[in-house]
Design a binder for this molecule. Sequence first.
Ligand code: ATP
Ligand code: MG
Length: 424
Amino acid sequence: MAEKIVAVKGMNDILPPESARWEWFEDTVRALMRRYAYQNVRTPIVEHTPLFVRGLGEVTDIVEKEMYSFVDSMNGDPLSLRPEGTAGVVRAVVEHSALYDGGKRLFYIGPMFRHERPQRGRYRQFHQVGVEALGFGGPDVDAEVILMCRALWKDLGLGEVRLDINSLGQPEERKAHRAALIAHFEQHAELLDEDARRRLHSNPLRILDTKNPAMQAMVEAAPQLIDYLGEASLKHFDALKAMLDAAGQPYRVNPRLVRGMDYYNLTVFEWVTDKLGAQGTICGGGRYDGLVELVGGKPAPGIGWGMGIERVLDLVQQLGVAPPAPVPDAYAIVPDGSALPQAMRVVEALRAAGVAVQLHVGGGSMKSQFKKADASGARHALIFGGDELARGEVAVKPLRDAAAAQAARPIADPATWAADLLPA
Ligand code: ATP
Ligand code: MG
């Protein structure tokens, strides 16, 4: 045998039955998006590298060390696999002048790529669902995108997930805070790790985001951005909090919540669970009013979030939530191959009428076909036996309800009885 070729490290296959959980999740997300009137957007997985360098910021974990970047060997273009969804969506909206007639509420679902150390909840190809509400500047839409996450937790049966919020204010406000922050870090220079020392002057805010336990106490004592916010920023934050309060959504103001990308301003938030170990953030987002302009568009505000599907589905499993199993409505048993043409015609007609039919293929005894029918989870067996077919009929045997009797159905027009096979 030839040597096996395996998947790339940190990139996972999703096979049945696990894939059923993914489909259920995606169906649930799409239904949610319809209820909130968010429209689907699909952008390429590969973008020009400068989009992410400019959009996310040069001194960020993603751009510094997590991007899959390469040179297009045909024309020398620096390209990257998308590490997140916002930059590409904003680029697309700008490129197609999609905001010409007002704001847009968009969502995407798809793979993202980051060269991180693979571990639970952290993969090199992972998947996000995300929303971007572009062209709306008020705290109302901030509350909307946050509350739609809560609705999704409910639809998924996840119960309470903790909401952390913060305000990053505006760039000018961050400047004063930044000076105070650098002074604080310089006072504790001996505690700074290598990352922090490197970021001290380029991106000190990000030091607050450190996961280094040795720096926690020092970081906790750092000056808080909220004390540097001006009146307009505070008003925006208060309005958001009032809307969350009125909606009965609890939250914790976390002054150290800064998020991984440079583009955020005003509202930032994360949904966190303590049931997934170290990778407990299942969704993060915030406002990015400067990004559209940064990507070359006419200035327009925006807010959005990105949700890690692997982490959400891990939580779904932790909580024992069982998505409905995808089982066929009927399993077609064909004891004699000569009946296949007739059987094929009937099951095609049933499928056209909306019935999920699994056709037995590969022959075998009646007994072994019945075993397969049972194992498929189907609620009915359709038995295309020679005697029945000679009478122009197919036998329909309920598999899940022992009390129900077998019945004969005419094969001439399956559409007339197809509905009897569907769940009530
Ligand atoms: P973390 O702090 O865990 O690295 P992040 O701040 O880098 O997360 P974002 O860029 O905000 O994450 O992405 C939004 C969400 O995508 C995260 O909250 C998480 O649920 C998910 N996510 C991010 N990176 C990964 C990854 N490598 N594997 C799986 N999910 C991920
Ligand atoms: Mg990260």
